[in-house]
Write a protein that binds this ligand. Structure first.
Ligand SMILES: Nc1nc2c(c(=O)[nH]1)N[C@H]1C(S)=C(S)[C@@H](COP(=O)(O)O)O[C@H]1N2
Ligand SMILES: [Mo]
Length: 333
């Protein structure tokens, strides 16, 4: 299925950052017959396909090809090498280059993701389920870090709402808590407080139930047509495009429906700087820097990147503003 009309979450931009690698791969996938819309996921033996893509591919990965069901147009994209090499994943160190360097041998198969708490039907999914259970979609989302940089990435995944519905929440459920894998043998930042940025692991995050059920909220299993690389949160991570990047928790093992607001890692670490909501808001500055604008990471050197104004709710205001209409967003930052 091809979407001709731009969905509302589509943000138009003027600067062109054509990602030729991506579109070439698209063509190739099509020629190989993998992009068939009727097949939710082409499950490939790892490593079988991307060798065919030639020199354009980064040397890094064991990622397998995914075949999303929807494809969206022409938002300027952040090149694939940037989303693979400029990351925040403190379990592997606090420098932007640490995750790509230290996470390459991260083992995420086998994997188990559980959904429990205030649900009628607890769910456990293993690695293959994560890739095959739900029809996958591709969505180009802007991800904006609280550190005031942003990227536009073609994510592949499925709405978190589909998984929550499968677990059949009880009427008492009000919030959704998320937890990243705790595995100090694999994650050096969980051993050394210095390396791990002083965080008490496991990394935890949370959403209100209505935020979790919002159709924009994606559980992602891939990007740029392939399964996630370890540094991006393999095998499954959240993408909540109207919130600061830290809400998009990586390498999730546990989802719990609760009746109370769950603790969140950055709020625990520095409550005066990071609230539970963390909605992107150019009018509420971080106590130590402005949130009015951001560096868009596109083609070229990271530090020559263009500054652009930050949009309310990261540009997703029409879809999400109604959820907060009674709230003082300066207080509930
Ligand atoms: N488990 C875990 N998830 C995490 C983080 C982290 O340190 N640990 N960093 C967050 C932050 S601050 C950002 S900006 C995004 C970055 O995602 P990316 O590296 O795929 O762009 O991941 C978020 N998810
Ligand atoms: Mo971030």
């Amino acid at each position: 299925m091809k979407i001709k009309q731009r969905p509302r979450w589509f943000i138009s931009e003027n600067d062109a950052t054509p990602e030729t690698v991506y579109h070439n791969r698209r063509k190739l996938l099509k020629q190989l017959g993998i992009a068939a819309a009727t097949v939710p996921v082409a499950s490939m033996a790892q490593g079988s396909l991307f060798n065919l893509f030639g020199d354009d591919e980064p040397a890094v990965d064991r990622r397998a090809a995914l075949s999303p069901t929807k494809q969206q147009g022409d938002l300027p994209l952040t090149p694939e090498d940037k989303i693979l090499s400029y990351n925040n994943f403190y379990e592997f160190g606090t420098d932007k280059t640490d995750p790509a360097e230290r996470a390459q041998s991260f083992q995420y198969n086998p994997w188990q993701l559980t959904v429990g708490g205030l649900v009628n039907t607890p769910v456990t999914l293993d690695y293959d389920d994560l890739l095959k259970r739900f029809p996958l979609e591709e969505r180009i989302y802007r991800l904006r870090c609280v550190e005031a940089w942003s990227m536009n990435i073609p994510w592949i995944g499925f709405p978190l709402a589909s998984l929550i519905k499968m677990a059949n929440p009880t009427s008492k459920a009000r919030y959704v808590a998320f937890e990243t894998l705790y595995d100090p043998e694999q994650m050096p930042g969980q051993v050394s407080r210095r390396l791990g940025g002083g965080i008490d692991y496991p990394y935890v995050e949370g959403l209100r139930l209505d935020e979790a059920m919002n159709p924009l909220t994606l559980l992602s299993v891939g990007l740029y047509g392939k399964t996630l690389a370890p540094q991006n949160g393999a095998p499954i991570r959240l993408v909540v495009p109207w919130k600061y990047g830290f809400k998009s928790i990586k390498s999730i093992v546990k989802i719990t429906l609760t009746d109370t607001m769950p603790p969140t890692t950055w709020n625990l670490l520095a409550p005066q700087e990071y609230g539970f909501y963390a909605n992107v808001n150019p009018y509420v500055d971080h106590p130590r820097w402005s949130q009015a604008s951001e560096r868009f990471i596109g083609e070229g050197s990271l530090f020559s990147s263009r500054r652009q104004l930050t949009l309310m709710f990261n540009g997703y205001e029409p879809e999400v503003a109604a959820m907060y209409k009674e709230m003082d967003l300066k207080r509930w930052y």
